[in-house]
Design a protein around this ligand. Structure first.
Ligand code: FPP
Length: 284
């Protein structure tokens, strides 16, 4: 069975399969899962690795399914590196990898650790053609996955959830939903032409951006409040809001593509400040 559409052999198939790993989408859930583990306190490396690997397979599933649906089913995309059989094989392989990680978490931690992890694959698998057909699903699927990556990474270590991890998961959900709203502005004309109801299409680009701004403000106020109110989150974590706020001030008036690029980097810096604040807490 041919896996790749343009190249043959093992190298061609491997390149086509690897093309579905998009670092810009892949790194945040892996980093967030590991941040959840660090936030929990003591880290079991095998458990942290299994959970992060499960996130990899969930996001890989989303990309393969998205490409399969957009090119092979809807005919929206101009090209795709994988054949139909290649897509199906990749989906089966990713499902098997995800299942193995989840069973590992079940055995090493608890059935609940597996249960908190499992929805990320469901979000990935249903990203297209189910979730991307409605405004909430298209906008909040990935941010929801990130929030679950944090919760799962934390739960797998601590076997409990507390207000600090729930609060931070909500902060990530708000921030990334805002970024996705601005990202969808880039495809405004095309999405409107195919009746894809993104927030930008439903509200119009200007009001969508104002709405995204309110989500960013809620996320920044939220993280400052959590850092000052909860002993589980060091006060220095509030610095994340300052760093993201500076990036937001520059990005807010930029055109959608540049704004998205800046805000994604801003969210990386935000996470880096949170990781550093939690990591160095004992020295503080
Ligand atoms: C653990 C975790 C984070 C799980 C969530 C996985 C998930 C839903 C990933 C989405 C990745 C993806 C295909 C982005 C492009 O979406 P798009 O619809 O903007 O792309 P398109 O316009 O090219 O179709």
């Amino acid at each position: 069975m041919a896996v790749a559409r343009h190249e043959s052999g093992v190298v061609g198939a491997s390149k086509a399969l690897a093309s579905q790993v998009h670092p810009v989408f892949m790194l945040p859930p892996l980093a967030t899962s590991l941040f959840g583990a660090v936030l929990a306190g003591s880290v079991d490396l095998a458990v942290a690795g299994l959970h992060a690997l499960a996130m990899f397979f969930a996001v890989y599933t989303a990309h393969v399914k998205d490409g399969y649906v957009d090119f092979h089913v809807r005919g929206e995309d101009d090209d795709h590196p994988l054949t139909v059989g290649g897509c199906r094989g990749a989906l089966v392989g990713a499902a098997a990898g995800f299942l193995a990680c989840t069973v590992g978490l079940w055995l090493l931690v608890s059935p609940l650790a597996a249960l908190v992890t499992a929805p990320t694959w469901v979000i990935g698998y249903t990203h297209a053609p189910q979730l991307d057909l409605n405004t909430v699903g298209a906008t909040m699927g990935y941010p929801g996955g990130i929030a679950l990556a944090l919760l799962g990474g934390y739960y797998a270590q601590a076997t409990s959830v507390g207000p600090q991890v729930l609060g931070l998961a909500a902060v990530f959900l708000l921030m990334l939903t805002g970024i996705k709203i601005i990202d969808d502005e880039t495809d405004y004309d095309y999405d409107r032409s195919i009746q894809k109801r993104t927030v930008a299409v439903v509200l119009g680009p200007r009001r969508a951006r104002q709405f995204a701004l309110s989500l960013f403000v809620a996320a920044m106020v939220g993280v400052v409040g959590l850092a000052l109110a909860l002993p589980g989150i060091p006060p220095t974590a509030a610095g994340g809001a300052v760093v993201f706020g500076v990036v937001l001030a520059v990005a807010y008036r930029a055109e959608a593509k540049l704004a998205t690029m800046l805000l994604i980097r801003g969210s990386y810096l935000f996470l880096a400040v949170l990781v550093a604040a939690v990591w160095f807490r004992p020295l503080g």
